[in-house]
Design a protein around this ligand. Structure first.
Ligand code: ATP
Ligand code: MG
Length: 402
């Protein structure tokens, strides 16, 4: 038993001692069998939430209406979820009602794919009601039960299939794939936040192409902001070098660049994807920077404007566009800049006002901006005397103009 399960075994034992059934379930069992790193160990039990809360001292109600109680045990946190079934889905995403049941089999039946419908007890014995182990061995993503029905219940499962194909390098079983092709329109009912999470996971997967091919063929991509009418450009995204992507910002930068989204649409589409304002800024600045960098070498102005984080991102992204990333060299150039922000200038606005005896006005900002540029480009030393002399020259010139 991997350490993550050993640490959580006392929880299972405590539930069993109290007369309930309890198993490890879902992604952790799948990943353990695949020899992959395990993130969260989830536990399913026949105990109802109130019963779970009586057994453990430290618990948090994270989703009690769905039957989930977070149990804090030693250094870990574990989601303990009551066996449940989900009856009639009206909105193609949220079950109308969750019914708690006492049977593991009922709980496994409502799970999405056979590889995700495995349970394991604390002796390491696997409960495999849907040939999930065989599908793991064959590398197959297959719906539990009737694929069409399952996607009608919850359309998000179609995107989950694509992202598991990318994360695991598995193929999607024939009937399951046919059902995705048939039902892709149901994705219109799914919130963009949920679509975004699955799309990013798909793009970050180590077998990206394996998820993107069925994403295109099934036309699921039609439900993604900015992807409509982009079949040709999507092919380019599919055929990128295989190198896995390492960050969410990289996903958006590379995707928008490949899809040739016009600059005027960047902000609108990124906000339609419901990205945070901070992420939108990183992506837009990086798209501009990448467009520049693909045709030129870095200049002090560009490095300064972008900052180290975006310079690294852009430089790393070059490998997807047939150029060799030179991350270390670019960052060294950035570090060598005399200043990295306007606060590092040896004078500030107050100093300018004092030295010139002029009234505050827009000229202060303009003057600081000009000094900033001159210092970055090494045509002006960053010391008080040089900066103030420069300011005086500048002011003299601008009054001359008048
Ligand atoms: P990850 O490694 O991304 O966490 P995971 O398989 O653990 O993968 P989760 O979204 O954490 O995925 O869900 C945990 C388990 O809950 C799944 O393995 C699956 O059994 C079940 N599950 C999750 N989402 C759905 C869904 N939309 N429909 C049916 N079952 C689901
Ligand atoms: Mg999980």
């Amino acid at each position: 038993l991997p350490a993550e399960f050993k640490d959580a075994t006392p929880l299972i034992t405590a539930l069993e001692k109290a007369g309930f059934e309890a198993y490890f379930v879902g992604g952790s069992v799948r990943d353990a069998l695949l020899g992959k790193r395990i993130h969260d160990v989830d536990i399913a039990t026949s105990a109802y939430p109130e019963e779970v809360k009586q057994i453990f001292k430290r618990t948090v109600d994270v989703g009690i209406e769905h039957g989930t109680v977070l149990v804090l045990y030693e250094a870990g946190q574990y989601e303990v979820t009551t066996f449940r079934t989900e009856s009639t889905y009206q909105d193609y995403r949220r079950p109308d009602e969750v019914t708690f049941v006492r049977s593991l089999a009922e709980d496994l039946k409502r799970r999405d794919f056979t590889i995700n419908a495995l349970a394991m007890n604390c002796q390491g014995e696997i409960v495999d009601l849907f040939q999930g182990i065989a599908d793991l061995e064959d590398g197959v993503i297959k719906a539990v039960g009737d694929a069409s029905e399952r996607f009608n219940e919850d359309a998000l499962r179609m995107l989950r299939a694509l992202r598991f194909a990318s994360q695991l390098g598995f193929r999607i079983e024939g009937k399951t794939f046919d059902a995705i092709v048939e039902h892709h329109r149901l994705l219109a009912k799914i919130s963009i936040e949920r679509i975004q999470i699955e799309f990013v996971k798909l793009m970050l997967g180590t077998h990206r192409r394996n998820g993107l091919e069925p994403f295109k063929i099934s036309t699921c991509y039609q439900h993604c902001p900015g992807f409509q009418e982009k079949a040709t450009e999507l092919r380019r995204l599919i055929e990128l070098p295989e190198q896995p992507m390492t960050s969410e910002a990289m996903v958006w930068l590379v995707t928008f660049y490949c899809l040739e989204i016009p600059e005027k649409d960047w902000r609108l589409l990124l906000s339609q994807w419901k990205l945070s304002n901070q992420m939108i800024k990183v992506v837009i600045d990086s798209l501009k920077g990448l467009t520049y960098r693909l045709a030129h070498s870095w200049t002090a102005d560009w490095l300064y404007e972008l900052g180290a984080e975006k310079v690294r991102l852009i430089e790393e992204s070059l490998l997807y566009f047939g150029q060799e990333p030179q991350v270390a060299a670019a960052l060294a150039m950035y570090e060598a800049l005399r200043i990295h922000s306007i606060q590092e200038l040896a004078v500030n606005g107050q100093d300018l006002l004092k030295a010139t005896d002029l009234k505050p006005g827009p000229w202060v900002g303009r003057c600081l901006g000009a000094m900033e540029k001159a210092v970055i480009n090494n045509s002006l030393a960053n010391d008080r005397a040089s900066l103030l002399a420069y300011a005086e020259r500048l002011l003299a010139e601008s009054t001359d103009e008048k």
